[in-house]
Design a binder for this molecule. Sequence first.
Ligand SMILES: [Zn+2]
Length: 383
Amino acid sequence: MGGFGSATRAAAAGGVTTIVDMPLNSVPATVNVAALEYKRLFAQQNAFVDVGFWGGAIPGNKEDLRPLHDDGVFGFKCFLLHSGVDEFPHLEADEMEEALAEVKTFDSLLIVHAEDSRTIDKAPQPNGDVYEHFLKSRPRGAENIAIAEVIERTRWTEARSHVLHLSSSDALPMIASAKRDGLDITVETCPHYLTLLSEEIPNGATAFKCCPPVREVSNREKLWEGLLDGTIDFIVSDHSPSTLDLKNLGNGDFGVAWGGVSSLQLGLSLIWTEARRRGVGLDKVLQWMSTRPAERVGLRSKGRLSLGYDADMAVFAQDESFVVDAKSLNHKNPITPYQARCSPVRSARPLWAARKSTTRSPRVGCSTAARCDSHSVGAGSGL
Ligand SMILES: [Zn+2]
């Protein structure tokens, strides 16, 4: 739990003034009010930026969702395949539909880790240190099927849903179609899917392992197109830290290494660098990384500088550059796939980010929103 201190310090250094904490991988899982209160207590004592919480929707906790909402969670995360930790079991599609129907009764949001369990089970096993093998173990089809389920169940229940950390660009046309139909569904992607390429990931480089995985260059280009045409609504960190030993750096086996990319302090720099290379302005980046996530999460005093909004500010040197050194970051564990990445991160350096945390309940919020999360393999230290 001491992780709230290091994570929120990293957030502040990266220009992130609010995080919303994922409900798993920091024990206890946030699946009932007692767990929420416990985590809130630690956050209040240790956080350097504002902290909010997602609740978790797991089999058997439907009765806990409304009380969690009343106590201030911003919505509920569920998985459609094994989450990687036993205390956070996944929902089958029918159970997800029940959760959607339940959260609709109090107008909350269901956020979904959309990879299909059966598709992953049938895929090749990800053993060994070759990234290509790992990629084949998490095929686009797993995301595509799961996202189709989210879309149709959202249609049937008329609830509000959100697709987490999109990697498969194949899913963009059906997401666009769902939006044209008027469904209340949103989609995010993450800095790693927008900056990294599977073709460039060295064998054994498990710092790059996350689920869903970083895919090919053609996929990355389509994700950028999806952002620019509005099919993808925003970008969040999906920060998923782990200890060095859980990343299994010793033998580089993608099958057993922790799945998750640690980048909370770097997201704004990475996206600004890549956006500028593509001729995309900072105003767009701020929409994607601040305004829109704040709106969707329901952070009513965050996401813009305006009368009645919190004065959360980050000073940002848009023409400066720096070389990433994991050891100098504020992250608790010195591991990141961006280690020694110099030219790609050439343009930006957030210098300072706003005020000390409050973590008041029930609604605390952001200027630049990010999310802390982790999933897959292993029981982690989480935040
Ligand atoms: Zn996830």
